[in-house]
Design a protein around this ligand. Structure first.
Ligand code: 4AD
Ligand code: MG
Length: 397
């Protein structure tokens, strides 16, 4: 009787032969269904016919948990696999993605540690909306309304006055009604904020951090990348410095390529794809028009129509993985822009205090972890970058 055995390190073929194990164990082996759990002992033997070139010749087969007929067979619809997500995450693709995600996170934490950043823990339940009120999730908070965090940015800004360089890894929530292959309602957000850093310094941090994360995957996840058929030679090229392109230049490039865009147009999936399809290394787009970005960014003195900000676009057609900027330090400007958003000022008094009681130039950014996983693994859809994707259509399982 042949079986495929799986543990966290991989899979191997097992042969259970009558006579090599006690009769009762052989019985159990033959009646155990796909996905049964077992403790197996035996000899490792070379066998060129076996996948991986080795097999286990069992001397013991202890059935620990038998399995009923497994509901996932070879060809299944995407919807069914999402309904059975709690079982589908055992698949080899999902396992590879999970390990690559962990390697990206480990690479990031190591980079921050090596560069003297302090990890902090901002709240998830909040009263502020850094990225605008249209994508907020409301929570009933006792007798008030609060929101699920879109970004930890304002809290990180408050922590630089004592800790200087901070980062946080927290879930962020966006009520994104549009169904796209790159939006989740809940995603993991890696954010950093640092004092005494301008927009150019902010981009240096991003290119070093992203390179360190990707190179850690190259180093630790060769098997997983091979299983996903990912071209590793492309990933190896992800090293600083990344190109920088002004928003204005991006517009000109797009117009030359026949896109019907002009100054003030946002860069959506289609435009970002056109900007990055022929690239193998991420590229920064800098100095967006103010009307496209949130109120907290620092005006660009060289072109006051724009901010000192950047989006980092992943190559190969992928698009945005990071949004970042230098922050406005002038309270009068912040109050003016904030009042235009229509938000209740009461919720922002504490944020405005941060410019009242001492103030330093500072910058920061947010990296979408599932976005970088999707690009590094070259997945078709962001939902496969996380075990339990949350989208408009789905909170089960
Ligand atoms: O560009 P965003 O909205 O910027 C901010 O939230 C800033 N306050 C961050 C900061 O400066 N601390 O979001 C940052 C990143 C995006 O570049 C993208 O990678 C990811 O978060 N992101 C999403 N990922 C998955 N699903 C969504 N709905 C996402 N929305 C943003
Ligand atoms: Mg953005």
């Amino acid at each position: 009787m042949f079986a495929v055995l799986r543990d966290s390190t991989g899979i191997i073929q097992v042969t259970v032969k009558k006579g090599n194990v006690p009769d009762a164990e052989f019985e159990n082996a033959t009646k155990s269904g796909i996905e049964s759990s077992a403790i197996i002992e035996g000899e490792i033997a070379e066998d060129r016919r076996a996948p991986g070139g080795f097999e286990i010749r069992a001397s013991k087969f202890q059935l620990v948990g038998n399995s009923e007929a497994f509901p996932i067979t070879e060809y299944q619809s995407t919807e069914l696999l999402l309904d059975l997500r709690h079982l589908w995450i055992r698949s080899r693709e999902q396992t590879a993605v999970a390990k690559i995600k962990a390697a990206l996170l480990r690479g990031a934490r190591e980079w921050f540690y090596d560069n003297d950043y302090i990890e902090v823990t901002p709240p998830i339940i909040t009263g502020v909306a850094p990225e605008g009120s249209t994508t907020l999730f409301q929570v009933k908070y006792y007798d008030r309304i609060a929101y699920l965090s879109q970004s930890a940015q304002f809290y990180l800004e408050s922590l630089i006055y004592s800790l200087e360089k901070v980062y946080a890894l927290t879930p962020s929530f966006r009520a994104e009604k549009s169904r796209t292959p790159r939006h989740l309602s809940e995603y993991l957000h890696l954010e950093m904020e640092a004092a005494w850093i301008d927009n150019e310094g902010n981009m240096k941090v991003q290119e070093e951090l992203v390179s360190a994360m990707v190179q850690n995957v190259v180093k630790e996840c060769a098997d997983e990348l091979a299983l996903l058929k990912r071209d590793v030679s492309v990933l190896k090229k992800v090293e600083p410095p990344f190109d920088r392109m002004k928003y204005q230049e991006a517009m000109e490039y797009l117009q030359k390529k026949g896109h019907d865009v002009s100054w003030g147009a946002d860069l959506g999936a289609i435009e970002e794809r056109a900007l990055t399809i022929d690239r193998q290394v991420p590229v920064f787009v800098v100095n967006y028009p103010k009307e496209l970005k949130p109120f907290y960014m620092k005006e660009n003195p060289d072109d006051p129509r724009t901010y000192k900000n950047s989006d980092l676009l992943a190559p190969e057609g992928f698009g945005e993985i990071i949004g970042g900027s230098e922050r406005e330090t002038d309270n009068a400007l912040l109050i003016e822009r904030l009042s235009e958003t229509g938000e209740s000022m009461d919720n922002y008094q504490w944020y405005l205090d941060l410019r009242k009681y001492g103030s330093v130039p500072h910058s920061g950014f947010g990296l979408g972890i599932e976005r970088i996983v999707t690009w590094v693994c070259k997945l078709d859809h962001i939902r496969d970058s996380t075990p339990y994707p949350r989208t408009v259509a789905r909170v089960y399982p």
